[in-house]
Design a binder for this molecule. Sequence first.
Ligand code: DX5
Ligand code: ZN
Length: 218
Amino acid sequence: MKKVRIAPSILAADFGRFAAEAQRTELAGADWLHCDVMDGNFVPNISFGPDVIAALRQATKLPLDVHLMIVRPDLYAERFLEAGADHLIVHVEAAHDVTKTLALIRSRGKQAGLSLNPATPVKQIFPYLDQISEVLVMTVNPGFGGQAFLPETLEKIRELRQRAPQLDISVDGGINPETGRRCVEAGANVLVAGNALYRHKTLALPDAIQELRTYVER
Ligand code: DX5
Ligand code: ZN
């Protein structure tokens, strides 16, 4: 059973204080910092680019788990790697040569990851499993935080874990202690969470991270 990691998604943090939020997240005991890059094309939202990743790089030692929700990740992968991304996750549905983009990321000594949307059959990423270290299973349709978890994605996690025991399987979207627990039981080991952590109704960030970690590991 791979170690469970908590990766807060900075999309749900204070956009006016990204550096301070990254430091706060590190101090709060997070394992990774999940950074959602959106181009307004692949998803109907625009978030931030490589210069923000560079600023986050200066602000924290946390591994930057950069999620490219962009149509052409091949055109921008180098920029995000130079900016300091430790893991670069691209979408199998985007308009690029997946193998080439993954090879580029690995050639820079960084972790290559592949993400698939809820509607994408899990078999679509099977040809790439030996080219990546992380699969990011979208448990909502990408573009916005705060959406409801899609339980039909659990079956994909189970199938992936069976086929790839060594991979980091991340889940992303609508993750809270209850949905996170179901994902870990299905085989996920990295929990990306935005609203459930940065906008927890009662708990401060460190306690919200601890609550998620203990609840899913029980
Ligand atoms: C959605 C992003 C997710 C999102 C998660 O497109 O990829 O990382 O920020 O946010 P929550 O946890 O609030 O659903
Ligand atoms: Zn994400």
